[in-house]
Ligand binder design. Structure first.
Ligand code: DGL
Length: 273
């Protein structure tokens, strides 16, 4: 296969990373994407750093079988807990979700009070705090919102229970009058409407997936690796969970017709752990 036509690999702990894949397909419509979702071992967000790193390495190894030209770690838990260690062991670029979030805050220029929400592992890693503090002087308020993940998968988008939970989780961010919130988890864009209503219209909601697509595009342009006629996404899952088709549809938004195929794979010696 010619260098340009090699696919882009995207991986996540499960199906959630399709919210990131969606942005990448918008920004790079002619690229072929190989998506791997580790649905047999999801969630990663409550696991130890060692386990998250081990799983991430195995996910990357699976994608490398497709001779991918770049990899996007769509999983924020992986990006925050494992990517720094992992990157140096591979000689293709691996784009995570931390840099794009930081870049968006920097580009806005005038933000002084930033909220970060994510899984427990993402928030405990302090990855966004550390990366932001290295660049600018901002106040950061970071909180985990673990129940947002099952609510997004269940499709409880406008449900009263979702509003109640969002009010509870987001209260400290409101009290601290944040001007922007980094949606630091694959699932949170699904609940953007609820988060916006609870926080009020003036608070900016930042989606790192969008900027990840732009960073990837810049890299491919710089290396002359842009593909011209390959567009579409092949989805590989380590398990086909209940209602997976419905969830794929919701997370891909209008991009469902770009799916070239969905396949269950058993890439690991012991698929469950
Ligand atoms: N994909 C994960 C993330 O973005 C959320 C689901 C999980 O906990 O694995 O952090």
């Amino acid at each position: 296969m010619g260098n340009l036509e090699r696919p882009i690999g995207i991986f996540d702990s499960g199906i959630g990373g399709l919210t990131v894949a969606r942005h990448i397909m918008e920004v790079l419509p002619d690229e072929k994407i190989i998506y791997f979702g580790d649905t047999a071992r999801v969630p990663y967000g409550n696991k130890s750093r060692e386990t998250i790193e081990r799983f991430a390495r195995e996910d990357i190894e699976f994608l490398l079988r497709f001779d991918v030209k770049a990899i996007v770690a769509a999983c924020f838990t992986v990006s925050s807990n494992a990517l720094e260690n992992i990157r140096e062991d591979y000689n293709i670029p691996i784009i995570g979700m931390i840099e794009p979030g930081v870049r968006e805050v920097l580009q806005r220029g005038d933000i002084k009070r930033v909220g970060v929400i994510g899984t427990t592992a993402t928030i405990e890693s302090k990855a966004y705090e550390n990366a932001l503090k290295r660049k600018i002087d901002v106040e950061i308020y970071a909180y985990s919102c673990p129940l947002f993940v099952p609510l997004a998968e269940e499709g409880w988008i406008e449900h009263p229970a979702t509003y109640m939970i969002a009010e509870e989780y987001l209260r400290p961010l409101k009290e601290n009058r944040v001007e922007a919130i980094i949606l630091g988890c694959t699932h949170y864009p699904i609940l953007k409407g609820v988060i916006q209503k609870v926080m009020g219209e003036d608070v900016l909601l930042l989606e790192p997936g969008l900027h990840a697509g732009m960073i990837l595009r810049e890299y491919l342009e710089e290396k002359d690796l842009l593909s011209s006629n390959n567009g579409g996404i092949e989805i590989y899952l380590s398990d086909t969970p209940r209602k997976f088709n419905e969830i794929i549809e919701r997370f891909l938004g209008g991009m469902r017709d770009r799916v070239l195929g969905i396949e269950k794979v058993r890439p690991f010696q012991s698929p469950c752990r």
